[in-house]
Ligand binder design. Structure first.
Ligand SMILES: [Zn+2]
Length: 174
């Protein structure tokens, strides 16, 4: 009995020590830094102060061909190194809005702890940036001959929803 308690103590102490010794690394390639800055700014605009001090974004050619990116955790806890891997073998984004959607989706996993959702708005659009694979949610036109395909007006809603899943359905989504 005593022996058992001691083992539990040691395990507990070891776990505590590990957590205390955890030193997060921040390493973001310059091409992704503007997205992380926008994420922090968007959070602040919505009343959330987020400090990103634990994040590695890196290219990983071993990612399966169908995945644009991957986050190693779905957690808002700061107890493990957060790593977003980007697949360098496929061209996933056509413009900066689509890149932003990709990075925001992954930050949703590893900074906000959000899971995927396949819910849709009444008009059929995805409810969330956390929809599994759609980078065109608020994309501008690929070839802007006229502006009818521009969806950038949807960006505010999707950012609201990212930080607050209870955000009401926007007018355009009804
Ligand atoms: Zn995801």
């Amino acid at each position: 009995m005593v022996k058992k308690i001691c083992i539990a103590c040691i395990v507990f102490m070891y776990a505590c020590q590990r957590e205390n010794n955890f030193t997060p690394v921040l390493n973001i390639p310059p091409e992704f830094q503007p997205c992380v800055d926008s994420f922090v700014a968007a959070a602040l605009q919505r009343g959330h102060t987020i400090t990103v001090n634990n994040l590695i974004i890196m290219y990983d050619s071993s990612l399966s061909g169908i995945y644009c990116a991957n986050s190693n955790v779905t957690s808002s806890k700061n107890d493990i190194q957060k790593i977003i891997s980007i697949n360098p073998n496929i061209k996933c984004w056509q413009n900066s809005s689509q890149l932003e959607t990709l990075i925001f989706h992954e930050l949703g996993h590893c900074i906000l702890g959000r899971e995927h959702t396949e819910l849709r708005l009444p008009n059929g659009d995805a409810k969330s940036i956390m929809y599994p694979d759609d980078l065109t949610l608020y994309s501008p036109c690929a070839y802007p001959i006229d502006d009818s395909c521009n969806q950038l007006y949807k960006r505010d809603y999707y950012l609201d929803e990212l930080f607050d899943p209870a955000t009401p359905v926007p007018g355009w989504g009804k």
